[in-house]
Structure formats: C-alpha cells, structure tokens
Design a protein around this ligand. Structure first.
Ligand code: F6P
Length: 323
C-alpha cells in the first residue's frame, strides 16, 4: 500500500453519542502523522456529491462533549448501487483521498467494503446505540444511550410507584435486544422482552403475577423495539390482569446527548487506532474491542461474524425477577 496522504472521515447511518469525539480523534491523529484530513458530510451520499469540509486541529476543537455528528449523517440508497459506488470512488480520486474512515454500524461497513473494491483504503469505527456489530463487544454510543434510557425509566418508576401502575417502555435497538436487556438489568425491570429470547404471553403474565405475590405493587416491562410492539404488550397485560399499563416509547431521545466518559475515551482510542492502522499500511479493517482491549479485524471477517446474547444475562434477569 502506498503512503497515506489524505484521509476522508464520515459518519453514516443512525447517529450515536461519541461520533464527534471519534471525528476529532481521527483528524488530530492524522495531522500528528502528517496526513491531511477531510470531513465528508452526509455519509456515503456526501461522498457521491463531493460534500466535504477540511478538518484542522482547531476546527475539531470542543467536539469531545458534543452529541450527534457535526458531519451530518444519512442513509444513502444511491450508494447501494454499483453506479453510486463508482461515483463515490471518483470523488475520492478528485479530492486526492486515498483512504476513508467510516464511523457507523453494519450498513456503514458494508458501504466501506464496497468502496474498497474500487481501490480505496477503508477502516471502520463501530458506532451504534444498538451495539449489534458481531465483531466487536462494544460500539460507540451504547453506554450513553443506555444511561439516557435508565434515567428516563427511573423517572417513570417514581410515578408508576405512586399510582401502583404497570409501565411498558419501548427501547431502541432495531432488530437487536442488547440495549433493552442492559437497560432492563440496570433498572430492575419486572420483565424484558427481546427478540433473541422471546417469551410467551403466559410467561409475561406469570412474571407480573409472581412480582405481585412477592409484594410488588408496580411493574416495569422493558420492550426492545424489535420485539412485540409496546402497545400490543400493554393490551396483552390489560386483558389478562386488572392492570391498565401506560406505554412510553423512548425513541430518538436515546440517540442524543453528550457522550459519557466511556464513549469519549473509547471514541478517542478508536479514532487514534483507525489512523494508526492506515499509517502502518493496513486497510479493510474494523476497529473493535475484544477481551476488554482495543484491536482490529479484517472487514470481511468482521462483517461475517454474528453476535449472540449471553444466556447469563437472561439467567441473571430470571434470578432478579424470581422466575
Ligand atoms: O440503528 C440505530 C437506530 O436508532 C435503531 O435503534 C432504530 O431502529 C433506528 O436507528 C431508527 O432509525 P431512524 O433514525 O431512521 O428513525
């Protein structure tokens, strides 16, 4: 691989707290290595449209604590076509970009994989509150999003406790239940509904019944958005019990906010590592966490790996809820 001279960095897919901190780390590390750095705005679509902004040490100042992404983000249909990828590759040539660092989730990395076939060096940094990328234990944004959800659920619990009610709270995660399970464990939920370990309606009602037998007078049901819809869960509970559940969909509030310490530090380390890989002549890699440390994996291999929810989480939840 030729010496890297100019890197483009972009954020794509759903935003996640820590994306800005990763952009800052990429730009500052690149400049430390004497490599120029350009921010591509609006994800892969921005690369097609030559939508960019030069990044300097100063221009990425004050980004550590900022939520969202200053580079904007998008989900590009055009980039999913061969023609779109060809256009993006010619923008890279036009801007003199030999490498792209793509910050986002699974879809973002598939885009990077496609671009690499056009001779561009690519590195992925995992960032999604869903934490559903198979090759990495941790994705940027997850911890901040979990804490946002926890704060909301703690507040809901106060009012549910006063009124002796049942609350059904829907948590994001697309097709995955990692966020819901983590949040459920952290908030002492009566039940957590995740797509990876579905429970029957009877089991759900039994959990509420057992909680009542154990002396509880309010109930918190955490539902992953990829599981049964929260409104439907509330209907099932209402039909089978004397409870009249209140539904709360936490929604996009979980994606906003200033990244917490874990996300700021992880984003800084991942951004640094991404540039280090390129400077060392490596390409087509995903930065990831493994065994508590930061490492990297071949992009094709990383995208082929699957994540599974640990049965320990399910067992711990069962022990906590007495079922
Ligand atoms: O992938 C992140 C995520 O927030 C998912 O949890 C959710 O299903 C989806 O994005 C929502 O996407 P949008 O912002 O397009 O509504």
């Amino acid at each position: 691989m030729d010496k890297v001279r100019r890197i483009g960095v972009l954020t794509s897919g759903g935003d996640a707290p820590g994306m800005n901190a990763a952009v800052r780390a990429v730009a500052r590390t690149a400049l430390t290595y004497g490599i120029e750095c350009v921010g591509i705005r609006r994800g892969w679509q921005g690369l097609i449209n030559t939508d960019f902004v030069p990044l300097t040490r100063a221009s990425v100042g004050h980004l550590l604590s900022r939520g969202g992404t200053i580079l904007y983000t998008a989900r590009s249909k055009e980039f999913m076509t061969e023609e779109g990828q060809r256009k993006a590759a010619s923008t890279c040539k036009f801007l003199g970009l030999d490498s792209i660092i793509a910050i986002g989730g699974d879809g973002t990395f598939r885009g990077a994989q496609a671009l690499s076939k056009h001779g561009i060096n690519v590195i992925g940094i995992p960032a999604t509150i869903d934490n559903d990328i198979g090759c990495t234990h941790y994705c940027l944004g997850f911890d901040t999003a979990a804490n946002t959800a926890i704060e909301c659920i703690d507040k809901l619990r106060d009012t549910m406790q006063s009124h002796e009610r049942c609350s059904v709270v829907e948590v994001m995660g697309r097709h995955a239940g990692y966020l819901a399970m983590y949040v459920g464990l952290a908030t002492g939920a009566t039940a957590v509904l995740v797509p990876e370990h579905p429970i029957t309606n009877e089991e759900l009602i039994e959990k509420i019944r057992r909680a009542r037998l154990n002396g509880f007078t309010h109930y918190m049901i955490v539902v992953a958005e990829g599981s049964t819809p929260a409104g439907e869960v509330a209907r099932i509970i209402k039909e089978a019990t004397d409870l009249d559940p209140r539904v709360t969909i936490l929604g996009h509030i979980q994606r906003g906010g200033s990244p917490n310490a874990r996300d700021r530090v992880a984003a800084t380390k991942m951004g640094y590592l991404a540039v280090e890989l390129l400077a060392a002549g490596k390409t087509n890699r995903i930065v990831c966490t493994h065994d508590g440390g930061f490492t990297d994996i071949d992009m094709d291999e990383g995208l082929a790996s699957r994540k599974s929810m640990q049965s320990m989480e399910v067992n711990v939840l069962a022990a906590m809820t007495g079922l």
